[in-house]
Each structure stands twice: as C-alpha cells, then as structure tokens.
Design a protein around this ligand. Structure first.
Ligand code: SF4
Ligand code: FES
Length: 420
C-alpha cells in the first residue's frame, strides 16, 4: 500500500489508484468534473491538476497513478492559478440561471465557483447561446449549461452501450447531441442525469418539482425487480419526488434502471389504498387500522370455529419483506395450525443485458423477475412448513380453505382473470 502526502497530510492509498481517487477515498475533497470512478478517464476538464514534487508541469490527478512517497500539492500557487483559470473559462459561456436550475444546490460548478472561482466575471462579450434539446423520453438537455465533461457520452458507450450521445462541433460551438433518429431511450437513460455535474441533463419528471435542499433522503432497496438495486428515496412533506442510486459495488455500482428510478410514481398514485377500509352493507368505508385488523381476525376465528382446522389460507406477496412474511405466517398459523400458505404471482420478463459498445463485455443487467423478494418470502414459507399450495392451483380453486388473508402490494394490477 503506497503512502503519499497531499497538502501536508500523509494518506495510505490502494495500489494502482490515481491521486484524485486516493484523496476522495481518504475523505479529502478535491475538485473534479470529468472524472467518474465508473467510467474511463479522459482528463479533459483540467480542474483537478495538481503539482507533484519533482515533476515540472502540473499533472491531472485523475490520470496520475500514486507512487509511494509522492508529495502532492493542490494548494500551491500554480495549482490554485489553474483552478481559477479553469473556473473562469467554464463560466464564460455558462448562463447565470442558478435560481431556476434544478441542479442548484447539488451542482459541482456552483460549489467550485464558490470554492475555487473568482467573484467577478471579466468577460464582456455576449455568451454563446445554445438550444434546449429533447434527447429522450425522460431526459432534457440544456446545452448552454453543459461544460463538456463527456461523462454522459462515455456512459452511453461504456455502460448502457447504445452510444446514443455524442459530441458535435468544435471549440465553443461544441455541443452534446443525439444521433439523428436515435433518441436516448434505453432503460438506463436516467443515469446520465445523475452523472451530469451541472444542470445540463435534466430529468423531465423532476423538472421544477422541488428545490433539492428541501429533500430528505431515506436509504432503501428497489422494489422494481429482483436485482436489489440500492437507492435513496428523496422526499419532502410526505411525498416522494425522486429516486437516486446509492452506491453498492457488489450490486448496482453507481447506477439504477429507469424501472427503479420511476417506481416512486405508484406511491403517489391517486388510486393507491392509503388506509384500512371495511365493507359494510356492500359499501367500503374507511376505518382505523386496529379496527380493520380486529375485524379480520374475528372473521378468521369464526371461520375456523365453523369449519375446523385447515379452513384458512394466507397469500404471501413477493413484494413483502421477510419480516412481514414471517409475521403473516405466524399470525395465520396461530389461528389455524393447518392453514395453507400460498405465494402470489411472480411477474417475469427476459433479463435485459447491457454491454460495452466496443468490448461487448456485460456491464449491467436488469433482472426479468419484476418483484423484489420472491426468494426471501419463499424461504420464510419453507421455514414455516405445513400445507402449501402453488398460485396456479390456488387460482384453479384447489384450495379447500375458503377464508384467508391476502397480501398484494404489486406495482400493477395483479388480480387477473385467473383469480377465483
Ligand atoms: S451534458 Fe452534462 S454530463 Fe454531458 S458533457 Fe455536458 S456537463 Fe458533462
Ligand atoms: S477530473 Fe481530472 S481532468 Fe477532469
């Protein structure tokens, strides 16, 4: 393990890492735009240049491997002058529209402008004007905010593999664009919004919905499929506004699928059942949860009293957590030790596989099983043991039990025509 000194502080680094990543791993903040640990290194933005003792010129810290004993300065006169110049250059054509920009509050350009930039612009000419572009079903591009870091272009080549985005033009006329007739409509498209360090690539669903500093974050797991993508639910005043990826190197790395990203919409759906309801005289009326549970349990006890052991069933949903499944199983078996346990339907499609556009190596896989916890719930049911029945048999009416507890929670209508 190499040891390097950064601005007077000695840190230990992983072998073969670069200076910038070593700093980030050690919790030392350094500026960077084009670098992303999940993409190839292009070292094009130049904000991360640092001075290494013994090397005459500034070097890109994102592209320079650590060497034991290296002494690095980000706060030398040369390095600071470079940071200021890069910031001034990037802001020459950048519009001053932070007050209406969705990225404000989580924008690297904004943060570094404050940290490394100058307080006044010396540019007196007109700024270059560039168009807004609709680049895909979920993504808008505000070209005049783009700093040409090319993270988005590299993502579509190296991870999603469709290579829909490209750099068009040269110099200050450079723009990100899509190829004619090839919009950015793959199932990983939303990740380019997360990758964009400024507010150039925007999520149509989140556009002008909330200021990001009002949002709270809750770590969670994707309910959209069996891939277990790690996510943050971002919400305010009881409403979820967006879902962002949460890094997990073993599962989803920095990315999530669009199925996961937009799965929050079911939470805000008007048709969603938001409380307990009771059917009385043929009509559904709202009631308290305790009241509803007490009525349901009384009804089930009644059924066991009339029809004896084996007269109850419980339908488990693969949307349940293992703990919920265990509690349901324990509750139904406490009422009827011979209750039949049934696992609800498992919606499935083909896995979607993404490949690097040149090497063809698999880069990401969206699971075809569109429920999050089929395996967990199955294990709980096996552990509970006793009478079990497959969903198909249950739908055919093979189950003797006539009363039971059904859990749904699916993201779409799941009680199909096959339900008795
Ligand atoms: S749109 Fe965003 S991610 Fe793409 S090159 Fe411009 S600044 Fe970078
Ligand atoms: S982050 Fe190193 S050159 Fe862009």
């Amino acid at each position: 393990m190499a040891k390097i000194t950064v601005d007077g502080k000695t840190i230990e680094c992983k072998d073969k890492t670069n200076i910038l990543q070593a700093c980030l791993d050690a919790g030392i903040e350094k500026p960077y735009y084009c670098y992303h640990p999940g993409l190839s290194v292009v070292a094009s933005c130049r904000i991360c240049l640092c001075e290494v003792e013994g090397v005459p010129k500034l070097v890109p810290s994102c592209q320079t491997a650590v060497r034991d004993g290296m002494v690095v300065h980000f706060n030398s006169t040369k390095a600071i002058a470079n940071q200021k110049q890069v910031m001034e250059y990037l802001l020459i054509n950048h519009p001053l529209d932070c007050p209406v920009c969705d990225q404000a509050g989580e924008c690297l350009l904004q943060d570094y402008s404050y940290e490394y930039g100058r307080s006044q612009s010396r540019f007196e000419e007109d700024k270059a004007k560039k168009p807004k572009k609709d680049v895909g079903d979920h993504v808008l591009l505000y070209s005049d905010r783009c700093i040409m870091c090319t993270r988005c272009v590299r993502f579509t080549r190296e991870v999603s593999g469709g290579a829909e985005l490209m750099v068009e033009g040269r110099g200050h006329r450079e723009e990100i664009d899509i190829f004619p007739g090839k919009p950015l409509n793959n199932k990983l498209s939303g990740n380019v919004v997360d990758l964009c360090p400024v507010g150039a690539l925007l999520d149509k669903d989140f556009l002008f919905q909330q200021r990001v500093w009002l949002l709270k974050r809750t770590p969670s797991i994707s309910p959209a499929d069996a891939g277990g993508e790690n996510i943050y639910l971002e919400w305010n005043e009881g409403k979820v506004y967006r879902i962002k990826p949460r890094f997990n190197g073993e599962v989803n790395k920095w990315w999530i699928s669009d199925d996961t990203r937009y799965s929050y919409k079911v939470l805000n759906d008007e048709r969603r059942l938001r409380g307990a309801m009771k059917k009385e005289l043929g009509a559904l009326t709202a009631c308290g949860m305790n009241d509803a549970v007490a009525s349901a349990v009384a009804g089930l006890q009644d059924a066991v009293g009339k029809n004896g052991a084996g007269s109850l069933y419980a339908v488990f949903s693969p949307m349940m957590a293992c703990e919920e499944a265990f509690l349901l199983g324990r509750m139904i078996r406490s009422l009827d030790p011979q209750a039949t346990l049934v696992l609800g339907p498992i919606p499935r499609t083909e896995d979607e596989v993404f490949k690097h556009y040149i090497t063809g190596a698999e880069t990401y896989r969206i699971q075809g099983e569109k429920v999050p916890n089929r395996r967990g719930v199955e294990r709980v049911m096996q552990m509970l043991g006793g009478p079990m029945m497959a969903w198909d048999s249950f739908c055919r009416g093979d189950c003797r039990a006539q009363s039971g507890w059904i859990v749904g929670g699916y993201h779409s209508n799941w009680l199909g025509a096959e339900m008795p």
